[in-house]
Design a protein around this ligand. Sequence first.
Ligand code: OAD
Ligand code: ZN
Length: 246
Amino acid sequence: SGVEQLGNMIAEAACIVPFTGAGISTECGIPDFRSPGGLWTRNRPIAFDEFVSSADARAEAWRRRFAMEETFAAAKPGRGHRALASLYKAGKTPAIITQNIDNLHQASGFRTDDVVELHGNTTYARCIGCGHAYDLPWVKARFEETGSAPDCSLCEEPVKTATISFGQAMPEDAMRRATELSQQCDLFLAIGSSLVVWPAAGFPLMAKNCGAKLVIINNEPTEQDDVADLVIRHDIGEALGPFVGN
Ligand code: OAD
Ligand code: ZN
């Protein structure tokens, strides 16, 4: 089966780079974006320039974030996260590239430095001007006190979750590190992503073009199934459960 073949590929590989999307966290209770019931089927994304130019958009963005607070706070790593953490512990995986913002790879045992977050992190906030970090309770208290989204106490620019919105510049360090990892690995695992959002979706292709084997694990077809060496069209928890170590 696909899972058995994946086991052989993992055993033979010297450097495995996992690349994850929202599908790895759905079993943890966090909705993805494009499946039925996904976030973008319910709400239109708020683009970065809207957030910057409109106080209403900022308030709406923060209302949405606070509405998800219980979901993010309660989420624990799933079988997919734990299987990847086992590969990391075993020294087969130097680091992980993720589009996810939920902090669950760190929670599963990856060092913060070894989680390459292409789209940032929603568990804290940053000033979009000076980059100063704020915790979410600080934002929430200000929001409830004034009825509007807070600005930075240092430079008065808007404070936003530390995530990347459409139209916002990609984080340079993460892009550089993801490029190196994609070029160096001999096995690239694209897990739980529709692979429609660029530039993130360029990394599986980059790895493949640099000679790595490409495995796609996703329960629906993706944009890149035709170039993969192995496609496991299956539930991630089921597919990766056998690789969860102790
Ligand atoms: P998507 O929602 O586009 O894709 C998630 C994929 O995971 C879908 O193809 C699902 O069918 C699949 N899936 C969900 N649960 C699964 C499970 N238990 N087992 C197997 N497959 C499962 O999410 P991403 O590809 O991560 O960016 O989205 C990419 C980017 O679009 C996000 O990082 C976010 C979003 O807009 C920004 O906001 C910048
Ligand atoms: Zn600031």
